[in-house]
Design a protein around this ligand. Sequence first.
Ligand code: S3P
Length: 451
Amino acid sequence: MTSAHDIASLTFRSTAAETLKGEARVPGDKSISHRSIMLGSLAEGMTEVTGFLQGEDSLNTLRCFRAMGVEISEPVDGRVTIHGVGLHGLAAPKAPLYVGNSGTSMRLMAGILAGQRFDSVLQGDASLSKRPMKRVVDPLLQMGARIESGAEGRSPLKIHGGQALRAIDYHMPMASAQVKSCVLLAGLYAQGPTCVTEPAPTRDHTERMLEGFGVAVGRTDSRVCLDQLDPADRRLRAAPLEVPADISSAAFFLVAASILPGSNILLTHVGLNPTRTGVIDILLAMGADIRIENRRTVGGEPVADLRVKNADLTGIEIDEALVPLAIDEFPVIFVAAACAHGRTVLTGAEELRVKESDRIAVMADGLSRLGIDATPTEDGMVIEGRGEPKPFGSATINAQGDHRIAMAFAVAGLKARGEVTVHDCQFVETSFPGFAELFNRLGGCLELSRH
Ligand code: S3P
C-alpha cells in the first residue's frame, strides 16, 4: 500500500519573487472528487467524471471503491469512468480499506459502510489515526450501526454490516460537512426520513450531488432531510459530473497575487459554491482586488474565473459567520494577515485544531519563527500585520505533514528577506499535485529537495 508516508520526505525552499503573472487552472475540487467516486459507485449506470483531482486523497477513495468491486477506470487528465453497482451492489473488501491522510474518505465512507451487509475496516495513516472520529461514530450508533473504534472513537473503525439502520433527526454539535454527509449517506440505507440540522452553513456538495443523481433532498437554511423511501426502493441514477477547480487550492494564488506588487493573474474555472467562498469575502474585506468574471453553472455547481491583482491589505476582525465557509483556507489567510497593515483577529475557529495538523499552533509557531507577532488563542489567532514590502525573515519550519501548511509557507517565501525552508511537504500531493511547478510558472521561486 503506498501513501505519501512511504515517499521521500520533501523540503520546500521559497525565496522572494518579483511578481506573479499568467493564467492557470488549479486541480479539481477535492471534496467534489471524493463524492463523485462515492455516489458514482452507488449509482446505477455509468458516471463519467471530468476534472477529477488526481491527488492522493481522492485516489485513496477511488482505490477503496475498487476494493469493493466497483470498476473504475484509471484517471487520465482528470477523466474517470465509474461503472456504478447500485446502492446495494458493493462487495465485501478482502482487506482493511486504507484511506491514507484523508479525513473526508474515512468520515463519509463510514456512513456508507454502516449500511452494508458486510463487515469492513477503515484505516488511515498515522496523522488520521489521531483525528476525531467520534463525531461520526456517535450519530451512526444512534442510527443502529455497530462500530468498534479505538480510544475516544479514533480509527481504525471496525464496521459490522447487516444492521438495519433507522433514520435520525440529528442536530450536529459542530459545523462539519463531513459529519453531515456521513449521516446523509447512512440515511440512504435507513428506514424513515434522515435529517441533519447544522449550527452554521457548511459545504453542501453531498446534497447537490445527491439531487443530481435523482435523490429528493429537502433543504432549508440550516436543515437538510432525505426523502422517506424504503431503502430497498431507493435508486441513484448515474449522471455526468464536471468537477470545478478547487477554490481551496486557488486560495494560495489568491493570496500570493494579492501580496506581491505588480501581480495580475487569472484563475480559471474555479468552483464558487457559496458554502466555500469565505476566503474571497475575507480577502475582499481586507482590501484585495479580486474580480469574479464569466460566472456560470457547471454540473449543479457555480463556477467562475477569478482575476486577482496586487492590493494593499488591511487587518480585520474576521466575521465568525465566514469561518466554516473558509475553514481550509486559514493557513494562507494568516499569511495574508501578516502582510497586511494592522491587526487581524480570528475567533470561533477551534475546528482548525483538529485538521491535518493543529493549524492554529503550527501556523502561529511558523509565523513567529519568521518574525511575525502571531498569538494563538484557543479558537483562533491574533496577528499583527507588518504592512512591509518584506515582512518575513528566514526560518526553517516543519509543516507537520500538513499539505496546506506547506503551501501557505511557500507563499510566505514570496515576501521573505531570506529563505523560508519548509520540511515535511510531501503531503502536498494529497490535494495539489503540481503545486510547485505551477507556483514557479506564475513567477514564484520554489526549490524542492527530496531526502
Ligand atoms: C470537507 C469538509 C471540511 C474540510 C475538509 C473537506 C468535506 O471538514 O475541512 O477539508 O469534503 O466535506 P469538516 O467537515 O470536518 O469541517
